[in-house]
Design a protein around this ligand. Sequence first.
Ligand SMILES: [Zn+2]
Length: 134
Amino acid sequence: MNKRIDICPCGAGNKSYADCCGRYIEGGEAAPGAEALMRSRYTAYTRLREDYLRSTWHASTRPAQLGLEQDVATKWLGLEVKRHEHKEADHALVEFVARYKVHGRAHCLHEVSRFVREDGKWYYVDGDVSWGPR
Ligand SMILES: [Zn+2]
């Protein structure tokens, strides 16, 4: 892997990981909005960063563990954010499609995710998911 062109997997422009989602995942900076948080969570999945995923998951819905370490078969291919909508100041929806491969077979995950802001920090709550072949 070429580290000089370490483009962030979330697809938000041609920014490097360090200038994009790495700021939130590694730098401890809070994502400024639901879409940025959603993108950084996608990137965290690609990097098996269970710690970050749990820390950005709302306490009411957070799973005890995600088991990402065991999930080495999933290869994430790309993210497309379809919609970002604020319900109220502290509630937002983000609709996205994420493409991935498992054992060479392509899939896509289509989700409308709910986010909430508490004490100035955005959290993922839950989502309506549909899976399908791409
Ligand atoms: Zn990013």
